[in-house]
Design a protein around this ligand. Structure first.
Ligand SMILES: [Fe+2]
Ligand SMILES: [Fe+2]
Length: 320
């Protein structure tokens, strides 16, 4: 007697689509946990873009030339745009922008811990572009193939702009490194402060990252944190050498057998402390966001009133 074949469950059909690299779209059925994980990941990413404007915004008025100022302004504006695409992508999953912003402002939602470090010198504009945007690119390029359609499509444009950001950061570093001894020293001092926090951007080590396996299965994540961290080190060390800078890690060494760099251990106590709100700028960053939101209330009201007026006008035109 033949065993009856059971119809696949919605979960099985969903997983089969993901395995076949078919994108999941907003109206498709999806497991609750997939929806929740994505809302958390995309909104966290959107918040990082918004908060990420603050450390660089800090230097717009003090950029050393008009050329540098206009490049930095354009970059900071790009980050605002990234935030907007990402909030829109998250909204397709059933949350609202008001809810996401309320969670950011109350401290419930997280953003990348890197933005809780201060930008103390002009060279930090170089390091943020070169290292922080460099790390963002490594994280985000695989997300152009992530399983959720609106997220994947938003990432395509974001990644194009991130590569411009990284090039401009590298160019700031190169100019300083080819400049006076004091400028070169400024570049080295900045690298010393940003190197380790940037390595932390990839998140906890794989054995301390319990959600990685499920996220890989859902293709929300395509590489593990440690894999991405290794790629970053392998990509950045030759660039630092080209600049004539020293990476602040005594254990850094080329491993011929692995064809990759060995490197020292990240200070995870510092990482968790910053994630929990005790970084140098956590308080200042949140306060700046809340203040900007409150001061922008009249703009939102005016935009809304304009939209309502236009709709009313269109309704009259249709009726006539
Ligand atoms: Fe960005
Ligand atoms: Fe960027």
């Amino acid at each position: 007697m033949e065993t009856p074949t059971l119809a696949p469950t919605p979960e099985e059909q969903f997983q089969a689509r993901i395995d076949a690299d078919v994108r999941i779209e907003p109206k498709d059925w999806m497991p609750d946990a997939y929806r929740k994980t994505l809302i958390r990941q995309i909104s966290q990413h959107a918040h990082s873009e918004l908060v990420g404007m603050l450390p660089e915004g800090n230097w717009i008025t003090r950029a050393p030339s008009l050329r540098r100022k206009s490049i930095l302004l354009a970059k900071v504006q790009d980050e605002a745009g990234h935030g907007l695409y990402l909030y829109s992508a998250a909204e397709t999953l059933g949350t609202t922008r008001d809810q996401m912003l309320a969670d950011l402002h109350s401290g419930k939602a997280k953003y990348s811990s890197i933005f809780n470090y201060p930008t103390l010198s002009w060279a930090d504009m170089g390091c943020v572009g070169w290292l922080v945007d460099g790390a963002a690119i490594l994280n985000q390029v695989p997300l152009c193939r992530t399983s959720y359609g609106p997220y994947a499509r938003a990432m395509v444009r974001v990644c194009k702009e991130e590569s411009f950001h990284q090039r401009q950061g590298f160019e700031v570093m190169q100019t300083l490194c080819e400049g006076s001894a004091v400028q070169k020293e400024m570049a080295q001092e900045s690298l010393n402060r940003w190197w380790w926090p940037t390595l932390m951007m990839f998140g906890p080590a794989d054995d301390a990252s319990p959600n990685t396996e499920q996220s890989m299965k859902w293709r929300i994540k395509r590489f593990t944190n440690d894999e991405l961290r290794q790629k970053f080190v392998d990509m950045m060390v030759p660039q630092a050498e080209f600049l004539g800078l020293t990476v602040p890690d005594e254990k850094l060494k080329w491993n011929e057998a692995r064809q990759a760099y060995d490197f020292g251990e990240v200070n995870w106590d510092e990482f968790w402390s910053v994630v929990k709100g005790n970084g140098m700028c956590n308080h200042e960053r949140l306060q700046a966001r809340v203040q900007a939101h409150e001061e922008g209330a009249w703009v939102r009201e005016a935009a809304l009133a304009h939209a309502e007026k236009r709709q009313a006008r269109e309704a009259v035109a249709v009726a006539a």
